[in-house]
Every structure is written in structure tokens, then in C-alpha cells.
Ligand binder design. Structure first.
Ligand code: C6P
Length: 404
């Protein structure tokens, strides 16, 4: 049973006050909060077991190594990967995408080839590809979106061609909240021999993700957006493909043998995990995924979808409200402007009323350019948000608008 009060009780920060007002947190797209059990799990490892992983023969090191590898198995199960060899620990979505953009382009990108992204990507899924294209003499192509914030697939056959080597696509847009038809696009890409990287940063906390059902080649997400710690993220990659990529960072753990004449590399997934990982963070991420799994991702999706619809209908009653992103399939985020109020001013006033939202370009400048605006206000939902909090958001926006 989805019990919102019980869920909220697990997040100590939700009991905090800002400016003397109860905290209402609608900035989950930027980062979520951590439940007590994640914080306690990490504390437990710092207090009782802390020791470097994969390196020691002693009790503490073995304890941390086992927990690190147990977390890898939890991640594997959570996204239904075929093997833990396909689960690489990184610092976050950004690092995961950079890893693929660099190594994939080294192995497979040549002058004249094309890399395809969408117009609604976060900078993290644009810039690494631009850098790769510049290095390799390839061209970056873009799938546009329409006024509702849905991908315009009418010219897809001219965009996904034999020249396309890889498509990088957000499962869910961090600005528009659009849930993209990634399974369909993966089929299209595979039909021309292209690979697909799914940026699941904004999907993973909200909707069940199954990498085998999607048949994606790579998938990236961050721990801190799914109630886990900062500094740890995941790169999923199909084993056969990861085997074909060169290593990225060099150092300890990613090697098999080193001589000054030649180094041979470790097997997957360690080939891509140079240096000491954030193993306490990894253990915390495992605990966060257990937390959401015990609630159930389908129940989380249902709760958040009901809340999203409620928020849309209540916010729509505000004079001068303009939504950016009204796709049929949405999740997580509602971005808007009210009248001619600058988003920064609105965000600052809301903050003083205890309501945390994000404002600005949201690391997606091409989306702002599409609409000819210089910023937005975004309310992004989490598992602990309620209708009462949406009511406060609406009331606070009305109060703020009345001041202008
Ligand atoms: N978006 C937001 O407020 P990192 O920073 O590596 O954990 O995640 C980067 C990233 C990549 N892709 C998408 C779709 C994202 O939304 C983000 C992070 C935050 O929207 C911070 S800009």
C-alpha cells in the first residue's frame, strides 16, 4: 500500500523550516532528498567498516567490497540488465555520457558520420557529443520538438540514416517533462545499424525502466535524483558493446597487468572503473534503490502522475499562467511563466514563502531558444510531494503575482 505519510516520515529534511515556514520542496529534478535509511546505511559503513574496496585481504576491505558488489547486483536487478558486467559505477549521468561519447567515438566514429540528439536534451547529452564530433570530423544532427514539447518525428527518415552512428536521447525531458517514445526510436535506430544511449536521469526516479525491454545500448542515470547520494551514478551498457570500447580513464583497478612496455586491461565492469570508487556512495545508492523498489515503481508512477495532473489543473487557474511542455505523456516536471514576471523574481518570492522551485535555463539552453525565452520556473515532483503542497504552491504563486 502506498502510504504517503509513512513515506514522508522517512525524510527528516521534510520536517525542516525555511524562513520559519514549513519546507515545500519542488526541486526534485535538480536533486531529491535522501530517506533516513540511506543516510544511516552510509553512516554505518563510515563508522564500522570503512576500507578501500577490491584491494585488501582484511575484514573491513572485504566487507566494503561485498557491499559494493551487492549494490551492483541491486542496480542490475532494478533496471533488469542481463549481467553485473554491464553495470559501471560513475560519478553521475554527466560522467556516464562523457564515458560513452569519448570511448564510442574513439571506436566507431569517423569523418562524415552523424551523431543524433534531440532538441530537448540537457547540456550533458549535447556537449560531450559535440566534442566527440569535433574530434572525429562527424556531424551533430538534431530531432526537433513541437510546441507541445513532443518530438517531431515527421522527418525521422531523413534524420536516422545509414550515416547515423549513435542516437543520444533523454527518456524524460528535465524541462518539458515529456516522456519520449524511446523504445520506438531505438527500433528505428537499430534498423540502420545505429546505437542508442538513453539519458534516464529524469526517468529513473519516476517510471519503471527495463533496459532489456527497451533494448537500449547504453543508459545513464544519477544516484542523487533517485533518493541516493551525490557523487555516484550508473552507466549501463550491453556487454558485447562495452567489450568493443577502449578504456577511458587509466589507473588502478582498470588494469590486469602493467609493465612499462605494455598494460593489459581488466575485465568488465572494472575496465571502466579506474581509481577508488565512491564505494560508500555506491552502498547508499543500493539502499536508495531498495527503498523505491519496496514502495514499487508502478505505485510511485501512479502517485506522481495523479499529482502532476492535479498540479496542471490547479496551476492553470492562475491568471497569466503559460505552460512549457504539454505533451500527452509526461512525468516529473512542470515548467511555466506567469504574465511577464521574471522567473528569477518569482522563484525568489516563492522561496521566501517556503516553496523551493528551480528557475533559469535549466541546463537546456536550446529549449529556451526554441521558445524565444530566457528562463522558466520549474516545479518538479518527488515521491513525497502531496496535493496540499501543490495547493500551497498555487496560493504562493498567486500571492507573488499580486505583488507585481
Ligand atoms: N538536471 C536539473 O535540475 P548530473 O548533474 O550528472 O547528475 O545530471 C545531469 C543531467 C543529465 N540529463 C538530464 C536529463 C538531467 O536532467 C540532468 C540534471 C538537473 O534539471 C540539474 S541541471
Amino acid at each position: 500500500m502506498f502510504d504517503i505519510n509513512e513515506i514522508r516520515e522517512q525524510f527528516p529534511i521534510l520536517g525542516e523550516k525555511v524562513y520559519g515556514k514549513p519546507l515545500i520542496y519542488f526541486d526534485n529534478g535538480a536533486t531529491t532528498h535522501r530517506p533516513r535509511r540511506v543516510i544511516e546505511k552510509m553512516d554505518e559503513y563510515y563508522y564500522k567498516y570503512n576500507s578501500n574496496v577490491h584491494r585488501g585481504v582484511h575484514y573491513l576491505s572485504n566487507k566494503c567490497t561485498d557491499a559494493n558488489e551487492e549494490a551492483r547486483e541491486v542496480v542490475r536487478g532494478f533496471i533488469n540488465a542481463a549481467s553485473t558486467k554491464e553495470i559501471i559505477f560513475t560519478r553521475g549521468t554527466t560522467e556516464s555520457i562523457n564515458l560513452v561519447a569519448y570511448t564510442f567515438s574513439e571506436a566507431f566514429l569517423h569523418p562524415g558520420d552523424e551523431v543524433l540528439v534531440t532538441e530537448m536534451e540537457h547540456h550533458a547529452n549535447i556537449v560531450p557529443w559535440q566534442m566527440a564530433c569535433e574530434r572525429k570530423g562527424a556531424t551533430l544532427k538534431v530531432i526537433p520538438f513541437n510546441e507541445q514539447g513532443e518530438l517531431d518525428l515527421s522527418n525521422l527518415d531523413s534524420l536516422i540514416t545509414a550515416k547515423t552512428k549513435i542516437l543520444g536521447i533523454a527518456y524524460v525531458s528535465n524541462v518539458l517533462g515529456t516522456v519520449n517514445p524511446v523504445a520506438e526510436l531505438i527500433k528505428k535506430a537499430h534498423a540502420v545499424g545505429a546505437k542508442v544511449l538513453v539519458d534516464a536521469a529524469q526517468a529513473i526516479p519516476h517510471i519503471p525502466v527495463d533496459v532489456q525491454a527497451l533494448d537500449c545500448d547504453f543508459l545513464a542515470f544519477s544516484g542523487h535524483k533517485i533518493y541516493g547520494p551525490t557523487g555516484v551514478g550508473i552507466l549501463y551498457g550491453k556487454e558485447s558493446l562495452l567489450e568493443q570500447l577502449p578504456p577511458w580513464h587509466g589507473g588502478g583497478e582498470m588494469i590486469k597487468t602493467v609493465t612499462f612496455a605494455k598494460t593489459t586491461y581488466n575485465e568488465l565492469p572494472f575496465k571502466f572503473e579506474a581509481g577508488t570508487p565512491d564505494f560508500i556512495g555506491i552502498i547508499g545508492l543500493g539502499e536508495a534503490l531498495k527503498f523505491v523498489s519496496e514502495i514499487g515503481m508502478s505505485d510511485i508512477r501512479a502517485h506522481e502522475l495523479a499529482l502532476l495532473n492535479y498540479a496542471h489543473s490547479e496551476l492553470a487557474k492562475i491568471d497569466g499562467m503559460r505552460f512549457y511542455g504539454t505533451a500527452t505523456e509526461k512525468s516529473g516536471a512542470i515548467s511555466f511563466l506567469v504574465g511577464d514576471i521574471h522567473p528569477f523574481d518569482l522563484g525568489t518570492l516563492l522561496d521566501h514563502m517556503g516553496v523551493a522551485v528551480r528557475t533559469g535555463q535549466l541546463c537546456a539552453e536550446p529549449v529556451m531558444q526554441h521558445y524565444g525565452i530566457n528562463g522558466l520556473v520549474r516545479a518538479s515532483l518527488g515521491v513525497y510531494n502531496t496535493e496540499q503542497e501543490v495547493d500551497v504552491l498555487v496560493k504562493s504563486i498567486k500571492r507573488a503575482a499580486a505583488m507585481f
